[in-house]
Write a protein that binds this ligand. Structure first.
Ligand code: GRF
Length: 217
């Protein structure tokens, strides 16, 4: 089996990256993680990746005079790694439209809300403030607008009475770690296809694309 070469971009903790690396440790997983890149030199995820034997490099955003120069270095690194798919996993830089377009339908992101609700930051605090009963996470193909693009998979997480931000965040994060490896597998095999800006999962029974409810609820 030829495995799809995937790079993961991070800025911090790297727990989603670690979930992808763990999934890719299985011989029958259709993608391999060939490089981890952080825009923050001290990101803890870099050490996690190295400990797992994955080449991990920092491209310090502050060391580049412009966004264009940073993105040129980023792109060069992705090309050097021969990455076919790029996974954003807590990567805190907004990528420019030309770069997003060059990687169209080969660039995916995980976001800690049920998009299109709660784009942007502080999703758990805002979900609690809004009083939603169901929260969750989304993996989607990236488009130029922030947290926008065709949805590959979502996981629904109930908001429980008495939930605070840390508890809700932890429950959503556990769901993120389940759905991101599934999404990458579908993208790596070409099963997740964008048709009219919606994702079709080839050969999947309808329920494969349906929301999951966290068993910890
Ligand atoms: C995750 O909640 C992810 O959805 C968001 O940033 C967080 C990154 O966490 N985009 P980690 O670095 O993967 O642990």
């Amino acid at each position: 089996m030829t495995r799809t070469r995937a790079a993961v971009l991070i800025s911090g903790r790297g727990s989603n990256m670690a979930a992808l690396v763990a999934a890719a440790a299985a011989a029958d997983y259709p993608a391999e993680i060939v490089r981890v890149i952080s825009d923050v030199p001290g990101a803890p995820g870099l050490d996690l990746a190295r400990a797992a034997g994955i080449p991990a490099i920092a491209l310090d955003r502050r060391g580049f005079g412009s966004k264009a120069a940073f993105e040129a270095a980023l792109e060069a690194s992705l090309v050097e790694a021969e990455a076919a798919v790029v996974c954003l996993a807590g990567f805190m830089q907004l990528l420019s439209a030309p770069l997003v377009e060059r990687w169209r339908d080969r660039l995916i992101n995980i976001h800690p809300s049920l998009l299109p609700s709660f784009r942007g930051l502080d999703t758990h605090r805002r979900a609690l403030a809004a009083g939603v009963r169901i929260h969750g996470c989304t993996v989607h193909f990236v488009r130029a607008a922030t947290d926008d693009g065709p949805i590959i998979i979502q996981a629904a997480v109930p908001v429980l009475a008495g939930d605070g931000e840390p508890g809700l965040a932890a429950r959503v994060l556990a769901a993120e770690h389940r759905v991101y490896p599934q999404a990458l597998a579908w993208v790596a095999t070409g099963r997740a296809r964008v048709v009219d800006e919606r994702v079709v999962i080839d050969g999947a029974p309808e329920r494969d694309g349906a929301p999951l409810v966290s068993p910890s609820a």
